[in-house]
Design a protein around this ligand. Structure first.
Ligand code: ATP
Ligand code: MG
Length: 213
């Protein structure tokens, strides 16, 4: 059998892309694809956030809808996958919990690359357990139109800053366009346009929380 065969030396390289994905758009997909190429990642797992405990300034779309949209948008890429760890844990998502759960799931033979936008990277030291975070993953900060990419002062070798081809797309802008009756074709994958219509997401007359779950 393979028992005595030399084991492959190369460790699995796993990108982890966290986000609300409300909805997922081409900015997310291009960022994941670009980091996967630059860092020779074997896989990028998209991790939609859980539902917040308390209402924030807006009602976030139901986790199952955000999860399904993320599955639809990533299904055609054999190196993209979706994890339910943050959704199944419930409550507000902390990156340290995401990485701990994925480590338990994937085992010790995997190197994690946490992919995050310039806007989120700026808050890295306000995150809980910042010291543990840098032990759990390498951090990749991506440029994003409208956000300056500055070195947050992470320890050397624990973070990289990369230039992503600029796509000035945000989920907020997509939601507002749908609300105003403007098209989101080509800002989000075709299947996401269809899913938004099917579930009547982001409509002014029917808020997401009134929809059946
Ligand atoms: P919202 O407008 O609701 O905040 P968003 O477009 O920022 O949504 P998130 O789900 O918050 O999307 O983003 C997940 C991650 O993707 C974040 O790290 C964010 O910085 C990054 N990101 C979002 N849009 C882009 C983009 N156009 N280019 C590069 N990175 C992006
Ligand atoms: Mg955002």
């Amino acid at each position: 059998g393979f028992g005595d065969a030399p084991r492959p030396e190369r460790r699995v390289r796993l990108g982890v892309m966290g986000g609300t994905f409300d909805p997922i758009h081409h900015g997310h997909l291009v960022a994941a694809s670009e980091v996967a190429s630059l860092f020779s990642l074997d896989e990028v797992v998209f991790v939609p956030t859980g539902e917040p405990w308390q209402k924030t300034e807006r009602a976030v779309t139901a986790a199952e809808d955000r999860y399904l949209m993320t599955v639809i948008a990533t299904a055609s890429n054999p190196r993209f996958s979706v994890s339910r760890v943050d959704i199944d844990r419930g409550g507000p998502t902390y990156t340290v919990d995401t990485l701990r759960d994925l480590r338990l799931e994937r085992g010790p033979e995997v190197d994690f690359f946490f992919i995050t936008g310039a806007d989120a990277l700026g808050q890295i030291f306000s995150w809980r357990d910042a010291d543990e975070l840098v032990e759990l993953a390498h951090f990749v900060g991506c440029t994003r139109p409208g956000h300056t990419l500055t070195d947050p002062g992470l320890p050397m070798g624990k973070a990289s800053l990369v230039e992503i081809p600029a796509l000035a797309i945000s989920s907020t802008a997509c939601r507002e366009r749908v609300r105003r009756g403007e098209p989101v074709w080509y800002l989000v994958p075709d299947g996401i346009v269809q899913y938004i219509n099917k579930r009547s997401l982001y409509q002014p007359e029917r808020s997401a929380e009134e929809l059946p779950t």
